[in-house]
Ligand binder design. Structure first.
Ligand SMILES: Cc1cc2nc3c(=O)[nH]c(=O)nc-3n(C[C@H](O)[C@H](O)[C@H](O)COP(=O)(O)O)c2cc1C
Length: 171
């Protein structure tokens, strides 16, 4: 199968997961890894499977990812899977499903099969710590715990989990 792994990533977390998924896909398929800004809607229609990656921005897919999903062309019989990174330690499954809504809608509109969403934690860029800490109203101790929890993420285990997810999508 022709597989495209494409992603939007500002600080490298989603890119790390994209690379892991690409490596898995390349084992048995013709796979390509591209930044979202380098993929046109016409080009995206030429693949059997699309993996699309996004950081969570204000409890939403990043704006360029939503734009890309909205611009996809009909591609009946093809598959799409999503992968998301976020700093928050856990999002209940149902909420992640909500974040994936634009991807599901794009699949429905274009006759594609939605194959699910992988997510994991990704370290929040240092420049945003003070702002986010204040916004969610955590004291120093609680924030330090949050930072400890997200430090080093995505890690090797996240990459392995992403690869296991990719395998189920491609099998
Ligand atoms: C503008 C902005 C908004 C964010 N909003 C959220 C959010 O609502 N929930 C969350 O868990 N993480 C949020 N994050 C954190 C990122 O989703 C997280 O650090 C992600 O791994 C960054 O991925 P990247 O390195 O691929 O850009 C936000 C980050 C930015 C820059």
């Amino acid at each position: 199968m022709k597989v495209l792994v494409t992603y939007f990533s500002q600080s490298g977390n989603t890119e790390k997961i994209a690379k892991a998924i690409y490596e898995e896909a390349a084992k048995a398929h013709t796979a390509e890894l591209k930044k979202l800004e380098d993929v046109s809607p016409d080009e995206a229609a030429g693949y059997d499977v699309l993996f699309i990656g996004s950081p969570l921005h204000s409890a939403n897919l990043a704006a360029p990812v939503k734009e890309c999903l909205g611009a996809l062309k009909p591609a009946a019989g093809r598959k799409m899977a999503l992968f998301i990174t976020h700093f928050a330690p856990a999002y209940p499954g149902q909420e992640m499903d909500e974040f994936a809504e634009p991807a599901k809608a794009a699949c429905e509109k274009n006759g594609m099969e939605y194959k699910g969403c992988f997510d994991c934690q990704g370290y929040l860029a240092d420049a945003l710590h003070e702002m986010v800490k204040n916004k969610i109203g955590l004291d120093d101790e609680a924030w330090a715990g949050m930072v400890e929890q997200m430090t080093g993420r995505p890690n090797g285990e996240d990459e392995a989990n992403a690869q296991a997810f990719a395998k189920t999508v491609l099998d």
